[in-house]
Design a binder for this molecule. Structure first.
Ligand SMILES: Nc1ncnc2c1ncn2[C@@H]1O[C@H](COP(=O)(O)OP(=O)(O)O)[C@@H](O)[C@H]1O
Ligand SMILES: NC(=O)c1ccc[n+]([C@@H]2O[C@H](COP(=O)(O)O)[C@@H](O)[C@H]2O)c1
Length: 195
C-alpha cells in the first residue's frame, strides 16, 4: 500500500518541524520538500506589489516536483534507497511519502494524489512574529510579509476552499508534541482504514 500525505499550510506554521518529527517515527517513510523546487532567483518575477513573487505557484517548478512524486509512486523502494532512507529486506508493503510545503494543494495535477491533506494554520500576529526571526536564502525585504506573503496566503487558501479541496486543519499554536501525536494517530487510523 502507498500513502501520500501532505503537510501543507501557512509559512512558519510548523510544517518542517512536524514533518521531521514524523520522519523519525514512521517506518518506510520518504519526504519531498516543495521549497527544493524554487526556480532560480533570476526567474522570480517582480509583481505589481513591487515585491519578488516568492509566494506564488509560478515561482516553483511544480512539473519537476510532480515528476519526483511520480518516481516515488513507480518505485518507493528504489526512491528510498536513492534518498538515503534505509529499506530493510523484510520491509512491509506499506510505503509512505510526505510532501511538505506551503502551496501543496494549489497545483491541480498533484491535488488528487494525496491520501490525506493536512493544513497548518497560525494567526496573523504569530505568523508574522515567527517569520521575523526566520532566515531564508534570500532575506525578506521590509514590508514583504504584509505586502506579499500574507495576501498571497489568504488568496491561495480562499481558492483552495472555494474548490472544495478536503483538508484536515491543524492548529499550529498547539505544542509540537501535541501536533505530532494528533497526526501520527490519524495516519495510523488511515493505514487501518486502507488495509
Ligand atoms: N508547535 C509549535 N509551537 C511553537 N513554535 C513552533 C511550533 N512548530 C514550529 N515552531 C517554530 O516556528 C518556526 C517555523 O517552524 P517551521 O517548522 O520551520 O515552519 P514551516 O516549515 O511551516 O515554515 C520555527 O522557529 C519553529 O521552531
Ligand atoms: N527557499 C527559498 O529560496 C526562499 C526564498 C525567499 C523566500 N522564501 C519564502 O519561503 C516561504 C515558504 O517556505 P516556508 O513555508 O518554509 O516558510 C515563502 O513564504 C517564501 O516567501 C523562500
Amino acid at each position: 500500500m502507498k500513502l501520500i500525505i501532505g503537510i501543507g499550510g501557512i509559512t512558519n506554521g510548523g510544517k518542517t518541524t512536524l514533518t521531521n518529527r514524523l520522519l523519525k517515527s514512521v517506518p518506510n517513510c520518504c519526504v519531498i520538500h516543495q521549497d527544493d523546487f524554487y526556480k532560480p532567483q533570476d526567474q522570480i518575477r517582480i509583481g505589481e506589489d513591487g515585491f519578488k513573487q516568492w509566494d506564488v505557484l509560478e515561482s516553483l517548478d511544480m512539473e519537476a516536483m510532480l515528476s519526483t512524486v511520480q518516481a516515488w509512486i513507480r518505485s518507493p523502494h528504489k526512491f528510498a534507497r536513492a534518498h538515503g532512507v534505509s529499506v530493510p529486506p523484510e520491509a512491509s508493503d506499506t510505503q509512505i511519502l510526505i510532501l511538505e510545503g506551503f502551496l501543496l494543494y494549489s497545483y491541480k495535477p498533484l491535488v488528487d494524489l494525496y491520501s490525506k491533506r493536512y493544513f497548518l494554520t497560525v494567526p496573523y500576529e504569530e505568523c508574522k512574529r515567527r517569520r521575523s526571526t526566520r532566515k531564508y536564502t534570500v532575506p525578506d525585504p521590509p514590508g514583504l510579509f504584509d505586502g506579499h506573503v500574507w495576501p498571497m496566503y489568504q488568496k491561495y487558501k480562499q481558492e483552495m476552499e472555494a474548490k472544495g479541496v478536503e483538508v484536515v486543519y491543524l492548529d499550529g499554536t498547539k505544542s509540537r508534541e501535541e501536533l505530532f501525536y494528533q497526526v501520527l494517530e490519524d495516519i495510523q487510523n488511515s493505514l487501518l482504514n486502507h488495509s
